[in-house]
Design a protein around this ligand. Sequence first.
Ligand code: UDP
Length: 454
Amino acid sequence: MAQPHVLVIPYPAQGHVIPIMELAQRLVEQGIRVTFINTEVNHKLVASNWLDKDRFGHLMQMVSIPDGLEPWEDRSDLCKLTLSILQTMPRKLEELIETINKEDSKVTCVIADDCMGWAVRVAKKMGIRRAAFWPASVATLASMLSFQKLIDDRIINEKGIPLKDETIQLSETMPPIKPENLGWACFKDVATIESSFQLVKEAEEASRLTEWFICNSSTELEAAAFSLYRQLLPIGPLLASNRRADQAGHFWQEDPTCLTWLDQQQPCSVIYIAFGSFTIFNKTQFEELALGIELSNKPFLWVVRPGMTKETTTDYPDGYMERVSSRGRIVIWAPQQKVLAHPSVACFMSHCGWNSTLEGVTNGLPFLCWPYFADQFHNETYICDIWRTGLRLEKDETGFFTREEIKSKVEKLLSDETFRVKALDIKEKITSSVRKGGRSHRNLSNFIEWIQER
Ligand code: UDP
């Protein structure tokens, strides 16, 4: 019997690498050999955080393949990145598998992010077992897998461009989506929409070619969306709360000192503010956010990553640091999962990326929602209207979230116990799904058994 050897391929963005890395770690814990494939640029970022500079682990090796762009090219240009991925990576993956099969233990299974659906096709062509992993909400996936129906109903054209402004109702039990919030259609330029739509088509094809289709969600969170796709199996939430910092696949180095700072704060007193790995603020909105946090007059921990504002240096309002330093902490990158589990944290001001959403609800935290793009608006709908564990911030007539709005929503959220009670109720439900006997736990165990079969 061949030793199982699994290739794991994330889409090259932080919010995709983190959950599939956690899945890879779970396989390693079961003694399964894993080769984790990042793009060259992301491999360097992840490797720069390793404690042991040469090795990642015993059973897991990290390798890279090129994404086809030059090292200095801008990967936030998603049109360019997508076209390059589609053109270069399938061939590079095939070459890598051929080399591994010659020199190492044979690849027995490929697990690919469904946004890298082409990798499932490569695996099938090479006669390798395959699984697709969906790292975001099932509601978002549902909108992608329904693209043909959207074309037939003339809601989008053949290239994925929305034709109407009407909201889309995928099923009676699910909340409607605005066309501009469809994952691929949220971009301003047509070329990026069209290239992203190619990934959607690949993802849909992969969902048919794959042998297992697993996702980082739980039926307790999205029962209606799961009922649309019986083949999709929840294995989440996959959280890495106790993972060593260098084994979680982060692009930036975590600042662990904020945990010590949290230890010194009162229970349930701190606002945690973080907008994931991609959100970019303009100068005015960034300043208004800073002043809103100040006006809220609560202890806070705020993540301001490099590149969060368009300017090369982050400009805080005059005298800001001196005024807030006694009750606030600003870090470049936090150990977010550990932060959210800390008893001092009272609420989470978030862009509602799916990982942040899962991490917040699993820790029973109320949310202040500040979505930025794509599926984040849909996640906000779940938080505010379905689970009722958070509040949305409203823009003023000039299109900004004002400092007064931030202050007022923080107060409203923290003074109303019902948000916390609801949040703790959901926490209990979803944590039970990953405990022994729970549905996500069972699916993950069955999946691991399938990998070990040969
Ligand atoms: N994250 C983190 N430290 C930070 C900010 C974010 O570890 O300071 C992690 C967070 O825990 C989550 C991921 O980065 O796992 C962000 O993913 P999400 O889907 O929320 O947002 P995205 O970055 O994809 O927009």
